[in-house]
Design a protein around this ligand. Structure first.
Ligand code: C2E
Ligand code: CA
Ligand code: CA
Length: 436
């Protein structure tokens, strides 16, 4: 009898969560498997509820307070669930339940009740903002084995958190696949960076003087080899580099290598101008200026032969700091170009706040210039405007002779960059073509 009691308690301990008395993760796995095997037509949803910021409550008010809040919450959520549904506590701040034959709308309604329960524990201590996020996945539509379902519920929960918490997300295979691809690529790039940016390389696109088509410089454009050896275009990986802040180390590598190539090419063309793209994420980093300065000193290159191209592709938090960086680059002699002028944020307001040397007009305004009267005039007057305030203009995306002649003769463009004068090429190909 005594032994039986101990075994029963041990059994309970294996199945129950110590704090809330709810069934625990092991029990959840077992019951979910049972449900999936209950019938070949079993359908329903696995739902996770994760507490946002819960650790703040225990950190601030202690474990006892946190435990009581959890106990209360377990009780409240159990009460709002339909009577045949069991609630499980699968980790320190996560609940789960399975709902057979559930429709998304029903799950949403239940989740809003969970949000109401959260409000109760918030009322206890209103200064702490503790909410819940939810993730749901359907069987057999999303998956029919419990391991995958658990992973998908977890992913859905993570999506809800990324969307700003305090809401429920349903698993979405398409988003998941894209996310996995991004994560995979991010890992590969991380490894590549750890090995000294091994799989990155730079291509160079010629920039010519609009008057006579003479080569004056090049823009360095980043490329990356995927693991199968194919070249990935920057639009696919630069946003990832920026989001993960890996653009900081890669950005240093880009500057270093562009400076080395510029130094080399200045042996046959002393005023060769090298342009490098700088993302605003890099400007927010405090090491960029000292790094660039030191790099140019080490390679003994004249800063005036370097151009930093800036695109405002994101909102800037610290304008003052960015402004300060700008003027430091300026004072050092580096040329500043405003990239993709006319798109996104780089507009007339931007022109007013930043003293730059060069405006680069985006390809978007050039591609229809031969047929579109509006674009023809727009480009012409933008160039006039820029000249009147002492800025040079580089026109991008020039692909044919007729466009070039229009820009040269009617618009007085200063510099041209485009496929008509050359595509981005590797160092070897570029040298073969231009080295005298
Ligand atoms: P971007 O700075 O505007 O670079 C010019 C892009 O236009 C390049 O694309 C170039 O191949 C393309 N292009 C140039 N002339 C023509 C033309 O005549 N016709 C057409 N259709 N396209 C032309 P790419 O190399 O794919 O680069 C895309 C963007 O990726 C760049 O736009 C830039 O924003 C970013 N990027 C490239 N390299 C770097 C880098 O090293 N650092 C940072 N932060 N961004 C980079
Ligand atoms: Ca550029
Ligand atoms: Ca551009």
């Amino acid at each position: 009898e005594l032994v039986a009691g101990v075994i029963a308690r041990m059994d309970l301990k294996l199945k129950a969560d110590y704090v809330t008395g709810l069934l625990n993760r092991n029990a959840f796995y077992v019951d979910l498997m049972k449900e999936l095997n209950s019938s070949p037509n079993a359908r329903g949803a696995v739902i996770f509820v994760g507490l946002d910021n819960f650790q703040l409550i225990t950190e601030t008010y202690g474990y006892e307070f946190g435990d009581n809040a959890l106990k209360q919450l377990a009780q409240d959520i159990t009460n709002i669930l339909p009577p045949d549904i069991k609630l499980y506590k699968i980790s320190s701040s996560r609940f789960a339940f399975v709902m057979a034959d559930a429709m998304p709308e029903e799950i949403e309604i239940i989740f809003s009740s969970v949000q109401l329960c959260m409000r109760e524990i918030r009322n206890v201590e209103d200064t702490i903002y503790c909410t819940a996020s939810g993730g749901a996945t359907f069987y057999p539509d999303d998956a029919d084995d419990y391991v995958t379902l658990l992973r998908y519920a977890e992913v859905a929960l993570e999506f809800a958190r990324r969307k700003g918490r305090d809401q429920i997300s349903f698993f979405d295979k398409e988003i998941y696949d894209r996310w996995r691809y991004d994560v995979g690529m991010q890992n590969l790039m991380q490894n590549s960076i750890a090995r000294g940016c091994e799989d990155f390389f730079l291509c160079f696109q010629p920039q010519v003087d609009a008057k006579d088509g003479r080569l004056i410089g090049a823009e360095a454009l980043l490329r990356w080899y995927d693991k199968d050896g194919s070249v990935v275009p920057p639009m696919q990986f630069i946003p990832l580099l920026e989001k993960s802040r890996m653009i900081i180390p890669v950005g240093h590598w880009i500057i270093e290598n562009a400076v080395i190539v510029a130094k080399k090419w200045q042996q046959w063309q002393p005023d060769f101008q090298m342009s490098v793209n700088i993302s605003l994420y890099q400007l927010e980093e405090h090491m960029l200026f000292p790094f660039a300065k030191d790099c140019m000193e080490r390679h003994e290159i004249d800063p005036r032969t370097m151009t930093f191209e800036l695109t405002e592709s994101q909102s800037v938090y610290d304008w003052e700091f960015v402004n300060k960086q700008f003027s430091e680059f300026h004072d050092l002699g580096i040329q500043i170009a405003m990239d993709d002028f006319g798109t996104g944020y780089s507009n007339l307001g931007f022109l007013k706040n930043f003293s730059c040397n060069i405006i680069k007009i985006d390809r978007m305004f050039i591609q229809d210039i031969l047929t579109d009267n509006f674009d023809r005039n727009l480009v012409k007057y933008i160039i006039m405007l820029c000249h009147s305030i002492g800025m040079r203009v580089c026109v991008e995306g020039v692909e044919d002779e007729e466009t070039y002649i229009y820009l040269r003769d009617e618009c007085n463009a200063d510099e041209i960059q485009g496929f008509y004068f050359g595509r981005p090429e590797t160092i070897e190909v570029f040298e073969k073509r231009f080295k005298k």
